[in-house]
Structure formats: structure tokens, C-alpha cells
Write a new protein. Structure first.
Length: 111
């Protein structure tokens, strides 16, 4: 939040570097040995898949969860694009947004 207050032009996502500093979300979401993908695998989801620009996980009965920044809503263009990609690949799947922070603290939300 402090970064957003300091710069209205700050990019809010899970991957874009913060100047010369890597985005801290990548450690949890997409780096090698990242915690979120490991947690989702233990819950029976697939290995990470790319949907548009976002990463998600498919489950044979629970649908598809797509990681997005906690400050995003359903109108964010990258979210909408990812949903379209999921609909094309998994036409009958239920699509659920995933807050990576909450996924690590309450993984049962995705069971």
C-alpha cells in the first residue's frame, strides 16, 4: 500500500519488478520451489498452468483457481483475459480467484 501511495503509476500485479527489486510475490507464487504451487499440488490441483498472463491450477472436480493480486477485482483486464482462456480450455469448469496470501494461510478454502 505504501508503494501505491508513493506512486500512482505503480504496477499492481504478482510479477512486475519494483524498480531494481524483484516483486516479492514471485517468491511465493512462481519462483522455483514457490510455496503456493507446492500447496496446490498437495491439495490435488495440477502443476501451474498459464491462462493469459496469469498462473492457475486445475482440479478434476473443484474447477480452476487463478492467482491474482489481492487488490484486483473481477473487472481487471488481465483477470478477464485469463477467465476467457480457462473457458476455452475447460468449458465447464468453475473458476475461482485465488489470493496467494490467503491460499497459504487458509488452503482449505480451495478444497
Amino acid at each position: 500500500m505504501a508503494r501505491l501511495a508513493a506512486s500512482l503509476g505503480a504496477t499492481v500485479d504478482l510479477v512486475t519488478s519494483w524498480g531494481s527489486t524483484p516483486n516479492p510475490w514471485t517468491t511465493l507464487t512462481s519462483a522455483s520451489h514457490a510455496t503456493v504451487p507446492a500447496t496446490m499440488l498437495r491439495l490435488g490441483y495440477s502443476s501451474p498452468e498459464t491462462f493469459g498472463e496469469l498462473q492457475g491450477f486445475a482440479h478434476p472436480t473443484k474447477g480452476v483457481v487463478i492467482q491474482r493480486h489481492p487488490l484486483w477485482n473481477d473487472q481487471h483486464p488481465e483477470w478477464q483475459r485469463a477467465v476467457q482462456v480457462v473457458h476455452a480450455k475447460y468449458p465447464k469448469a468453475r473458476i475461482v480467484p485465488m489470493n496467494p496470501f490467503r491460499a497459504l494461510r487458509r488452503p482449505a478454502d480451495y478444497v
